[in-house]
Ligand binder design. Structure first.
Ligand code: UDP
Length: 237
């Protein structure tokens, strides 16, 4: 069934921003993402974006090396702000307007996030890049994007990954794993699939926010998903 989405929340992984690099931000990958995003903005879709920070810092890895967990998570949240600034700059270069919001007040780096300001930006044709995760430690940007997706009343959350959907097992380790075209949240729990953390999955389930998991690193895929092509895996109740 061809589904049309008017407003989306796109979750980009921080790790994917590394592209070919081992750490940090690959300018080519950021430009590719910006071009794909500009393409779908031209379709009239309202776009909110949440980016991870794992290409720069992860609270859990920091804690394993002796960094206080809360401070480490704060470092991770700041990493998402850095990534968001990089994406907004790439969008600006392409002539696509974007506004960076931050979960924690750090004006003038970004505007302090509120649902209404983000919606206003999207209605003006600007991309709302919502950074800083949830603003709280012990959460992930998957949970941040589920939260923002529900708040901004997105029709769907698009989770861009380097895998082209959800499989019965990790396809990078099990070549015989089978891909789902669609799956329910409950089946994700029951099968113990590692799609997102459980907090994020539950927030989507309880608020009826469908998720499409797809391969964002293949240029053109974002537009295909939004044109109703059957790629990726749809998660619903
Ligand atoms: N983080 C946090 N609270 C949030 C979102 C993120 O504390 O609401 C921190 C956490 O330390 C996490 C890091 O930011 O490890 C980077 O986010 P994430 O790991 O979700 O990025 P990704 O793995 O998608 O690159």
């Amino acid at each position: 069934m061809k589904q049309t989405y008017k407003r989306i929340l796109l979750k980009l992984s921080g790790e994917s921003l590394m592209g070919e690099k081992q750490y940090g931000i690959d300018e080519n990958r950021v430009r590719e993402y910006a071009e794909q995003i500009k393409d779908i903005a031209a379709m009239g879709i309202e776009i909110g974006i949440v980016i991870g920070g794992g290409n720069i810092f992860r609270g859990l890895s920091g804690a394993a090396k002796g960094v206080d967990r809360v401070k480490g998570d704060q470092m991770g949240m700041l990493a998402t702000v850095i990534n968001s600034l990089a994406l907004s700059s790439a969008l600006d270069t392409l002539g696509q307007k974007a506004r960076v919001f931050t979960a924690i007040n750090m004006f003038p780096i970004g505007e302090y996030y509120s649902k209404w300001k983000a919606i206003e930006a999207m209605k003006n044709g600007e991309i709302a890049i919502i950074s800083g995760g949830t603003g709280n430690p012990f959460f992930t940007t998957d949970t941040g994007s589920a939260l923002r997706g529900v708040e901004i009343e997105a029709d769907v959350m698009l989770k861009g990954t380097r895998v082209d959907g959800i499989y019965t097992a990790d396809p990078e380790k099990h070549p015989d794993a089978v891909k789902f075209d669609e799956i329910t949240y409950d089946e994700i729990y029951n099968r113990g699939l590692k799609v997102m953390d459980l907090t994020a999955t539950t927030l989507c389930k309880e608020n009826n926010l469908p998720i499409i998991v797809f391969d964002m690193d293949t240029v053109g895929n974002l537009k295909k998903v939004l044109s109703g092509e059957n790629i990726g895996t749809l998660v619903h109740n």
